[in-house]
Each structure stands twice: as C-alpha cells, then as structure tokens.
Ligand binder design. Structure first.
Ligand SMILES: [Zn+2]
Length: 293
C-alpha cells in the first residue's frame, strides 16, 4: 500500500489542523513539528483537539499509526562543548517524547547532530550517551535517526556512523531510521542504484529498522553535501528514480513524506502527491501553478 503524505503545520489547531491539511493534500499520512522547527517554543497539548483529530483521521482513512513527528533542528546531541546546551537538548527531546505520548504519535525523527569542534568519535559517543539517558523502557515512541546530507559537521551522513550509533544504544527497540532521498543524493549515494544502498543497510542494521522515508528531489549534483530540497521531478534525482524508491518492494508500508519547497509561498504537495499516485510526471506543473495565480 502506498503510504504518502507531506510536512504539515501544527498551528493553533494542533493535530486537528494537521489532519485537515493532510486531507486537503490527498494524503493518508503526514509529518509535523510541534511548533516552529527552528525554536523550542511549544504550546500545551489540547486533549479535545487530539480526540477530534483522531476522529477525523478515522473518517478519512488517514493511517494514525504512521504519523510522524519531527523534533526541532536546534536539538544537538553530538556536542557537549557547552554543557548547558547539551543538557538543554536532552531535556527538550525528553519533553518532545512526552508530547508525542500525549498526542499518541509513534515515531519521532531527530537529526543525529553536529560535531562542531569535536572529533567525530567523540561526537558519536555524545549522541549514544544522550540517547541512552533519554530513552526509557516504558516509552511507546520509536526515535528515528535521520540520514544526513553532510552539511558542515553533521553526523549520520553514512551507514558506518549510523551503525556505530545504533550498536551503542541499549534500548534498540526504541530506535529506527529515516532515509531522505535528497540527503542520500547529497551525501554521495546514487538514488538510481538504491538497491546497493538498501543491501548494505540490510547487512549492517536491517531494513526493518527503516520506519520513514523523506521523498525530496535535490537542487544539487550527487555528493555535494548541500541539503537543498527540490520539488519532485524538478531536481537532479528525477521523477523516475524517486518513483522507483516510492514503489520499491522492500520499502512498501513505510510512510513516504514530502518536504519539498513551496512555490509562490504555498506548498504544492497536493499536485506532487497526485503525480506520485499516477506515476506520471507533469513537466509543466510549475508554469501551470504560476499561471493560476
Ligand atoms: Zn529532518
């Protein structure tokens, strides 16, 4: 079954607002941040809105157990140069997990972190130590480590690093992974040959640990370590290669989430999801949208 959705905004209507957007986009799942991705200002979870959201999901065939939450970018578990910042990141991640529990969300994505001035092995150790402190056996969440593009001093840009982190985690059943087609491309993986990567992932970690896929085209050539998303079919990866990933036999039943750029201040997820469902690229999509305005 194709499980497809996009990033949606968690505004004042919280989860209910997210569901309404997902329905509008023709999605059967979605991903949200519990506030702005760049900051840690968070509102209290409103239980009534959550109940309404689940009712609406049921009525519209949105797969509640495939919804994804994404932690803000500023959480950095890799650096403890400033101990108070490291502590803050851990505390904040803990409150995000608690919020996910209240919202009954099963998957929370985090970026492994940036080493900043640290040697890589120290940074990786910091991540492992932080996660082992934060995760509790009673948690119902699976924390998903995202594969990164390799911008700056990012950790988690290759399978070796991800595997070292994974091997260091005590509660392994609480950990999964999120692949991002743009990040993979920018880190040097050829999406046209995704099978090679999947085989390697399976041998090291196990494909059953991949719980989410971010589907984005890339504005940059392979291996440039940039992380700039492009609209589906309008980047260097291309529509056919992305379709191959989306409909890959080994990746079915995994939620696929679009985080593609807005066009003219608005997301075009609905149109992109339509193309994905029809497996047919519309090269005139951008002109059509601009002409409609
Ligand atoms: Zn991410």
């Amino acid at each position: 079954m194709l499980i497809i959705g996009s990033h949606v905004s968690y505004g004042k209507n919280q989860l209910l607002g997210c569901v309404e957007q997902a329905i509008e986009y023709g999605a059967n799942t979605f991903m949200f941040y519990t506030g702005a991705p760049q900051n840690t200002i968070r509102s209290q979870v409103n239980e009534n809105l959550t109940i309404e959201a689940y009712k609406l999901m049921k009525e519209n065939n949105i797969l509640a157990d495939k919804i994804i939450c994404h932690a803000p970018y500023i959480i950095n578990l890799a650096s403890n140069i400033f101990p108070e910042k490291y502590e803050f990141s851990m505390k904040f991640l803990r409150t995000e997990i608690n919020r996910c529990n209240l919202l009954k969300i099963k998957y929370l994505i985090i970026h492994p972190g940036s080493a900043v001035q640290h040697e890589k092995n120290i940074a990786i150790n910091n991540i492992i130590n932080a996660l082992n402190k934060i995760l509790k056996p009673e948690d119902e969440i699976t924390l998903l480590l995202e594969v990164m593009a390799g911008k700056g001093t990012e950790i988690g840009t290759n399978l070796n690093e991800l595997n070292i982190i994974y091997k260091g985690i005590l509660l392994k059943d609480k950990i999964g992974f999120c692949l991002d087609t743009c990040h993979l491309n920018d880190s040097g993986i050829d999406i046209a040959k995704i099978d090679n990567y999947l085989n390697e992932f399976d041998a090291l970690i196990g494909l059953n640990k991949i719980k989410c896929l971010h589907i984005n085209d890339s504005k940059n050539e392979i291996g440039l370590k940039k992380d700039r998303h492009a609209n589906i079919g309008f980047g260097t990866i291309g529509f056919d290669n992305l379709i191959k990933v989306i409909y890959h036999d080994k990746l079915k039943d995994i939620p696929k989430i679009l985080e593609t750029p807005y066009v003219g201040e608005k997301p075009i997820y609905k149109k992109e999801i339509e193309m994905i469902k029809n497996k047919k690229f519309n090269p005139n999509l951008m002109e059509n949208i601009i002409n409609l305005k």
